[in-house]
Design a protein around this ligand. Sequence first.
Ligand SMILES: Nc1nc2c(ncn2[C@@H]2O[C@H](COP(=O)(O)OP(=O)(O)OP(=O)(O)O)[C@@H](O)[C@H]2O)c(=O)[nH]1
Length: 418
Amino acid sequence: MTRPRTPTGLANLLQRAHLRVTLLAIALVGVSLLVVALFSLRAYVSDNLQLAARMAAYNVEAPMVFGDRDAAREALAVLGHSQPIAAIHARDTRNAHFVSWEAPTSALRALEQAFARFALGGPSTAPVQFHGQPLGTVEVHGSGRDLLSFIGIGLLCVLLCVALSGLAALRMSRRASRRIAAPLQELARTISAARQARQFHVRVGGAGITELQQLGDDFNALLAELERWQAQLRQESESLEYLARHDPLTGLANRRRFQQELEERLLAASLENGRLAVLFIDGDDFKTINDELGHEAGDEVLRVTAHRLRAQVRDNDLIARLGGDEFAVVLGPFTDGEQASRVAGDILCAMRNPIALPGGRLVNTTLSIGIALYPRHGEDAASLVRAADTAMYRVKQGGRNDFRVAEPIRPTLGDSVS
Ligand SMILES: Nc1nc2c(ncn2[C@@H]2O[C@H](COP(=O)(O)OP(=O)(O)OP(=O)(O)O)[C@@H](O)[C@H]2O)c(=O)[nH]1
């Protein structure tokens, strides 16, 4: 079973690839140059040896004619010392040894000569003649010193070039991979932030590479689109949330919110020994306004009524439109019966002013209000609303445009409200 590979960083991968390619290219070029130069040098050294062989033949010509071996040895030694030569041998026409010169031996010289034999093949030879008559031959063995030192220096140069180019390649590849990897890393970070934290306002910065810049621009455009969608969705959900809790005509809380909030306030009041008042409010003969002045006029009357109700209570009191021409107010938490009656009186008072309709027409309307107190008339939302509604109904029966406190379900001593 193959183990999954640990992912490698892009920058690291690019750097290693650059470095390998550069080093390989430079090593190949260096070695090729060295080989070419070596062949040229070998040809040059062979030519030199051939020249040296001819000079040796010329120098030993006279000593061979006179059989003067000392003079011949001396001439060969002078030549041998002035050139990179390992040995010179002169032979007569019967191939018998006449005279020789050999360079002093050492371990290094032995190595040079072995290399010379390997690189140059055999020795260079030249015939020794006197007036066209052959006297013998001269054999010149190269020392190989030039070739060896050239190879040594050449290899050193190649190594130096490889090392320097490696360093330069490393620097350049680091810079190049940073230019590629940095924008990609930023892109990855931005995508991750957008995906995990839904942060669509973030944007990718500029990249110095055309393709990466294009990628970043496209991604930014996508983020902008997502940001627009997100804002639109948020707006729609806020407006849905608002509609779910408010009456669209008056902007007051709707029946659903009224129920929830009344229950919450009752719970708080029960924990803190507080008191609440629920006012159930209904328009008087509202149907007539609708019938005589039109539905639009009825809507305006409802809006103005809501506005006037709002003006008569404190900010933290709850006002709701339960539907049609029915409104409800929750006063509290620390409201007693007298306070509730006072607010109801104020509301009736505020409705005395005629309402101006859009066409300039004025209309008068009144309200009937039933009041239920917590805990006197009920301990839960339903029984309180029922008690207030019943009280309001009694007002209607009594002639409208008035308020009335609900009948106590269990009389409480010391309660001053009647
Ligand atoms: N303009 C308008 N009228 C509404 C709206 N909702 C309900 N109504 C009307 O409000 C009227 C409510 O009448 P009721 O409360 O039943 O009767 P009323 O005429 O007020 O008489 P009493 O309540 O007995 O004083 C009905 O005619 C409904 O059609 C609304 O949003 N806008």
